[in-house]
Write a protein that binds this ligand. Structure first.
Ligand SMILES: Nc1ncnc2c1ncn2[C@@H]1O[C@H](COP(=O)(O)OP(=O)(O)OP(=O)(O)O)[C@@H](O)[C@H]1O
Length: 427
């Protein structure tokens, strides 16, 4: 029976021991499954204790508590590295209604990873996992998704993930950048036009809605659509019909809707800047993308990931540089981090990327201060001379005491004073 499930699945008892397994599950992990002996946590996490004993969420523990199905997003050690899985756990009962065990079914989240992997969304923090959970739920349905998050937080990447894990994944993913679209551009871009519809329309052109046929349309920065165009958009969404500019016949639209905005659309609705009816049409399932400062524990992983994908793959950030980065607020979020990693890697002289290699905005040093520091730079020997001149003018103690404070011998101190022609106070 378990082999009839097309996703990786196991049947486990209260003690986490695997009592039945399907082929898809065996193929997912490198660890061998021994029926009646192997535990779910040893196979999928390579841990020696269950997740709930290690402070992690455990779907089995939740099931035992509620006696109802439960689900959780976990990182599993699969044969493809640290992979995200959406786990569904269901109690299995006998004819008397007694729970005899639990069926665990895994849904691999192919668009995200908890270690550096090409073309994937990277992260491991709780906020990131919560976001994955919602993306996965949304992807399984046709509901309109609204992505809200700061600039550079990954909205377009999430929109692609929603598309990739939906039933429309083999059809087009079309992005409509709403910022800067005026009324005539908006209509001709979205709906297309017929030959002769306006001066310059020497041929007819398909609109993006038609290009996306059967796939997903991503309206980026939907909050920038002016009010008069919001009406047209609402009509398209309500009726799933549109007419190309200069055309007579209505066309049928077939697309899944994903929108994104960095603005607070509800606040815009209150101010009358965004139509309430349109808001409720597009916000079927809102997903909040945490800002990078709300998922700071992901910074080291993301730094590693961006270095791995660059020409500086052999370099790494020092512990102190990572600490300094985690104190920064990242207004530009992951896009800003990516650029900082590139700059710092270029600045570092060897494989270690140090605090001094980080760009000025991280160090809290403004441009004028940076300039002042740059102007202050002098040969080390000259700096030693300037420093010795300054302290010798004011130091009241004996040469032995001064040499002691400078951590050099009295002879070395005398040699240096002679070289720079400096006299001690009072001599
Ligand atoms: N979790 C992640 N892992 C790896 N790279 C990421 C992640 N999230 C975002 N990025 C990268 O950060 C950059 C910005 O992401 P994206 O363009 O999706 O942000 P955005 O929120 O749509 O930005 P904007 O609001 O400016 O349109 C991209 O290069 C993207 O690949």
């Amino acid at each position: 029976m378990i082999n009839a499930i097309d996703k990786p699945a196991i049947f486990i008892t209260n003690d986490y021991v695997i009592q039945a397994v399907n082929d898809a599950y065996r193929e997912t992990y490198d660890t061998e499954v021994i029926i009646g002996n192997s535990t779910c946590y040893a196979v999928s996490h390579r841990n020696d204790a269950p997740c709930d004993k290690r402070g992690e969420e455990c779907p089995l523990a939740q099931c035992q508590k509620t006696n109802r199905p439960s689900s959780v997003v976990h990182i599993h050690n699969t044969n493809e590295g640290k992979t995200y899985c959406d786990i569904l756990m269901k109690p299995v009962r006998d004819e008397d209604g007694m729970t005899i065990g639990y069926l665990e079914i895994l849904d691999r989240i192919s668009y995200a990873a908890a270690d550096s992997q090409k073309n994937k969304m990277i992260g491991g923090s709780d906020n990131f996992k919560q976001m994955l959970n919602r993306i996965n739920r949304a992807a399984q349905s046709e509901i309109a998704v609204l992505l809200q998050g700061e600039t550079g937080a990954g909205k377009e990447l999430v929109a692609q993930a929603v598309h990739q894990s939906s039933r429309r994944k083999d059809k087009p993913f079309v992005v409509i950048e709403c910022t800067g679209l005026n009324e005539s551009l908006f209509e001709s871009e979205l709906f297309g036009y017929e030959k002769g519809a306006f001066t310059g329309a020497t041929n007819s052109k398909k609109g993006l809605i038609e290009v996306a046929n059967g796939g997903t349309v991503f309206f980026d920065e939907i909050g920038d659509v002016p009010l008069n165009m919001q009406v047209k958009l609402l009509r398209l969404l309500e009726t799933q019909c549109y007419r190309p500019v200069g055309g007579l016949k209505q066309k049928k639209a077939d697309f899944r809707l994903v929108c994104a905005s960095h603005k607070n659309l509800l606040a815009m609705v209150e101010k009358g800047e965004f139509r309430q009816d349109l808001y409720f049409r597009i916000a079927g399932f809102p997903i909040y993308l945490p800002a990078l400062r709300e998922r700071k524990s992901d910074i080291p992983l993301l730094c590693k990931h961006f270095l791995a994908g660059s020409e500086h793959r052999h370099k790494h950030f020092s512990e102190r540089a990572l600490q300094t980065l985690s104190q920064y607020s990242f207004p530009g979020n992951i896009r800003e981090l990516k650029s900082i990693v590139e700059q710092a890697a270029l600045m570092s002289n060897d494989d270690d990327i140090l605090i001094s290699d980080l760009p000025p905005q991280i160090l809290g040093v403004g441009p004028t201060e940076t300039q002042a520091i740059a102007e202050d730079i002098m040969p080390l020997e000259q700096a030693e001379q300037v420093y010795l001149e300054k302290i010798c003018k004011h130091f009241d103690g004996s040469p032995d005491e001064l040499a002691n404070k400078l951590d050099v011998s009295t002879r070395t101190l005398y040699r240096k004073l002679q070289r720079y022609n400096i006299k001690l106070k009072g001599s």
